[in-house]
Ligand binder design. Structure first.
Ligand code: PMP
Length: 427
């Protein structure tokens, strides 16, 4: 640890909802322990304050002549620059504001050049797994080590036909929290003439993401997992495929010139900039909030954030290790580096019942189910999992395999007490 990181290990960043109390079935109430950051992290207090400070001044973006419109337009475009800096983008890269990671990856899927082959591991979150279904997609088997991931990709790319290709890979798993070998995978992709898009939904809130260093062609992430409110995502990276594609949304703002043709049709000239894919009135507050979160994390410094998170991970892992029935889910092995996302099962118990009890009896919010990564959870549990969200899942008998899992996840703003309460409750 650096000196700064060591001194910050016990200092959570202020987030919203720290003082929210919830009732317990056992009587009384308790402050809510939000341990579902991987789904949506609480917004940073500072992000909320930044949005509130701007709120009285907001006006239409790009099309208004008034002072507040100019202010909003300026803020929206500055947000792009802030995000580009946060991601360490290359000159000429575009930052497109979308609704979410899911939206960003669907945008890229809609912008694939003709005949593009796509390669994706079956272990991906559904947002990275499913948008390519209309393309020529190869699903790669779950690797059991990072080296195997690289070798599997190398083999698949070596066998591919000529033509454009895209690899889609997640930086940190939303199920195991494990880090994927992004740099090595991007080197493999590029060595075989393929492009690569990084799903950084779980990576960006926990680790610095440098487009340059990781040498990825695009990055996608969601504001609501990066301590900003819901509704805004980002797709950042190479301009060429985006510029050559039909607009993701057709409408005002994406078009430079529209005119009736002599034959009665309509001719459109589309913008070449990010606006090409952002038709309609843009979400300036959302973009401002994401930019504010990027600034806050950069100023806090990822060495401090990572140090604090490692400390919390250790606390949870050591606590869970004291319960013999607990099995932590892992693809790459117990010692694999990971972010603050930990899924586990308690042998002989139904995970949904345990998650409900954590909420009702301890005021702890975790997630149970299959985490929108059905093939991965199936591999990790070694059984056919229960469909997510289904009530009354049959209880696994002692010794039987669990049918779904519990996920605990945390990050900036998580106090020690939340993870201590969680570990105590599981025990
Ligand atoms: N990728 C990963 C790895 C995720 O964890 C998630 C959200 N759980 C997504 C993509 C999708 O993010 P969003 O729901 O914000 O589109």
């Amino acid at each position: 640890l650096t000196a700064a990181a060591a001194s910050s290990v016990r200092t959570p960043l202020p987030v919203l909802g720290r003082d929210v109390t919830v009732p317990l079935v056992t009587g009384g109430e308790v402050t809510y322990a939000a341990l579902d950051y991987a789904a949506s992290a609480p917004a940073l207090q500072r992000v909320w304050d930044d949005v509130a400070a701007y709120a009285p001044y907001y006006g239409s973006v790009h099309r208004g002549a008034g002072y507040l419109s100019q202010l909003s337009t300026d803020l929206f475009e500055k947000a792009r620059t802030t995000v580009a800096e946060f991601l360490d983008c290359r000159d000429g890269d575009q930052v497109v504001f979308t609704r979410s990671t899911t939206d960003s990856l669907n945008l890229l899927a809609a912008a694939l050049p003709a005949g593009c082959q796509v390669f994706v591991f079956e272990t991906e979150h559904h947002a990275s797994l499913l948008p390519w279904r209309n393309a020529d997609v190869t699903y790669l088997d779950a690797p059991r080590t990072p080296e195997q991931a690289v070798a599997t990709l190398e083999r698949a790319l070596a066998e591919r036909e000529q033509g454009p290709a895209l690899v889609c890979v997640t930086g940190a798993s939303n199920v195991t929290g494990e880090l994927w070998p992004v740099r090595e995978l991007s080197a493999a992709a590029h060595a075989h003439g393929a492009r690569i898009v990084l799903d950084a939904a779980q990576l960006a809130p926990h680790h610095p993401v440098s487009v340059r260093e990781l040498d990825v062609d695009w990055v996608a992430f969601s504001g609501h997992k990066l301590y900003a409110p819901f509704g805004t995502g980002v797709l950042a990276g190479r301009a060429d495929w985006l510029r050559a594609a039909e607009p993701y949304l057709a409408g005002g703002g994406a078009s430079r010139k529209v005119a009736r043709r002599a034959d009665g049709g309509v001719d459109v000239e589309w913008h070449d900039s990010a606006a090409r894919h952002e038709a309609g009135s843009p979400n300036v507050i959302g973009a401002h909030a994401v930019a504010s979160a990027c600034k806050a994390l950069a100023e806090e410094g990822f060495d401090r954030l990572v140090a604090r998170e490692r400390y919390l991970i250790r606390k949870v892992r050591e606590g869970l290790a004291e319960v013999p029935e607990v099995r932590v889910l892992s693809l790459f092995g117990d010692d694999a580096p990971r972010v603050g996302v930990i899924s586990f099962v308690v042998e002989g118990w139904n995970s949904s019942h345990l998650a409900a009890a954590l909420s009702a009896e301890y005021g702890i919010g975790v997630r149970d189910g299959l985490f929108c990564a059905h093939p991965l959870v199936r591999t990790l549990l070694g059984s056919e999992p229960q469909i997510q969200g289904e009530c009354g899942a049959p209880e696994a008998a002692p010794g039987e395999k669990s049918l779904n899992a519990i996920r605990v996840s945390f990050g900036a703003g998580t106090p020690d007490e939340h993870v201590e309460r969680f570990v105590g409750a599981v025990k």
